[in-house]
Write a protein that binds this ligand. Structure first.
Ligand SMILES: [Mg+2]
Length: 183
């Protein structure tokens, strides 16, 4: 497959601190290094794509409109930081579905819309489900920045795992090595 490389990002726990079902601007705190990482990816010509499970919508904790408002604010902040996002995919489902991670649907849909080279792309997540979705989609390089050590297990084959609490900027040096075959 040819196309543009992408940096796929989970949202809660990667873009922002995972406080649980974040849906208000006042609860949205960007994680250390996220803008540096995204600027570096853009510098390499990579697309920036957020893929986020939002079962809080399906659970009735907040609405699609709440999510859209927060996403608009988030996208504006990325743009201000010189790291404009190309796409945000979200899944409101509570039950397992084609798009809800660990399924690969959100990644595949973004890849089709933006004509991305998935195998040459990179996924950054904080949970095993992020890594599983990326693996199922065929994302060539998977980087796990766990916020909880329980997310680290043998279920993360061929995944680079960073110490709990690491700055996302540590991923920068891996971006240019993202091309290659998936496994
Ligand atoms: Mg997460």
């Amino acid at each position: 497959m040819t196309g543009r490389r992408a940096l796929f990002l989970d949202r809660d726990g990667v873009v922002n601190e995972d406080l649980g079902y974040v849906h208000r601007i006042e609860d949205f705190h960007f994680r250390p290094g996220i803008f540096e990482l995204c600027r570096a990816a853009r510098g390499l010509g990579m697309a920036l794509v957020v893929v986020t499970n939002q079962s809080g919508i399906g659970r009735g904790m907040y609405s699609e409109e709440d999510f859209a408002a927060l996403t608009a604010w988030m996208c504006a902040r990325f743009a201000q930081e010189g790291a404009a996002l190309d796409r945000v995919e979200h899944c409101p489902d509570v039950a397992p579905s084609r798009r809800r991670k660990p399924a690969p649907g959100m990644i595949l849909d973004a890849a089709a819309a933006l004509e991305l080279d998935v195998a040459a792309s990179v996924m950054v997540g904080d949970r095993r489900t992020d890594m599983a979705a990326a693996k199922a989609a065929g994302v060539g390089l998977r980087l796990l920045f766990p916020n909880d050590i329980v997310e680290v297990s043998d279920n993360c084959p061929r995944t680079i795992i960073f110490p709990v609490g690491s700055s996302l900027a540590l991923a920068i040096s891996f971006l240019s090595a993202g091309s290659g075959k998936s496994s």
